[in-house]
Design a protein around this ligand. Structure first.
Ligand SMILES: Cc1cc2nc3c(=O)[nH]c(=O)nc-3n(C[C@H](O)[C@H](O)[C@H](O)COP(=O)(O)O)c2cc1C
Length: 215
């Protein structure tokens, strides 16, 4: 079976340089849960700090889910939320270190690393997280989640869709609205995905030399 059958665009230049935020989508387009899972699987090939993979996704793709997404959004985001095939909330898992052993045990079982290498990873990185304060854990999870979110924006294009990242929602409402543990999960961003209706507004960038120092 071809695991990447829905990756219909493999032109990186097009995927990256022609990505724009679309804020209105064709309402009747359904993206199957199978394809959404595929897109997320591709997105989580993203790097993460110490391979902690501190991300979590909530997919709102049916009427009930979309209503929930709408209920936490700021009104200026209603057009894209109400027309998208799916709105995917990317959350950060501040407790990802609790399951961290699993990923390295698996690598060890697969013969990818030796038990000694695995134990070295545990000794080096686990104490960092077990003794970390809340702000460190939140920052780490935010960076990991953002890496996956960026990949998701590009993956969406590779699947023939367009997207809009959105952080214009009520951060204090999101985690509770989805029935998740607010001590554990933090909102990072959300991505509306679908087939676009209408066009986008091309955004302007600062000159690269104004935002770069070579040393
Ligand atoms: C963290 C983040 C939050 C954003 N939040 C919103 C949002 O709430 N609503 C919206 O319409 N666009 C939002 N955007 C999209 C930006 O407005 C957009 O990326 C920027 O203007 C550049 O345009 P482009 O995506 O077309 O290149 C967000 C983008 C990022 C990265």
């Amino acid at each position: 079976m071809d695991e990447t059958k829905n990756l219909i665009n493999n032109d990186f230049k097009d995927i990256m340089l022609n990505r724009h935020s679309y804020r209105k989508f064709q309402k009747d387009v359904v993206i199957s849960r199978e394809e959404i899972s595929e897109m997320l699987e591709e997105a989580i090939s993203a790097p993460s700090a110490c391979n902690l993979q501190s991300w979590y996704f909530v997919v709102c793709d049916d009427a009930k889910g979309k209503e929930k997404a709408h209920s936490v959004m700021m009104p200026f985001n209603y057009p894209q939320v109400d027309s998208a095939s799916a709105v995917i909330f990317i959350l950060g898992d501040t407790q990802s270190h609790l399951k961290y052993r699993d990923v390295w045990n698996k690598a060890c079982e697969n013969g990818q690393i030796t038990p000694e290498e695995r134990d070295k990873v545990f000794k080096t990185f686990l104490p960092l997280y077990e003794h970390a304060d809340r702000s460190f854990l939140e920052k780490d999870a935010t960076i990991d989640g953002s890496m996956a979110a960026m990949q998701l924006l590009l993956v969406a294009r590779a699947h023939g869709y367009e997207a809009n990242p959105m952080s214009g929602y009520f951060f204090d409402k999101v985690v509770d609205a989805f029935g998740l543990d607010s001590k554990r999960y933090i909102p990072i961003t959300a991505v509306a995905i679908g087939k676009p209706e209408g066009t986008f507004t091309k955004s302007v960038r600062y000159d690269v030399k104004d935002v770069t120092d070579f040393m």
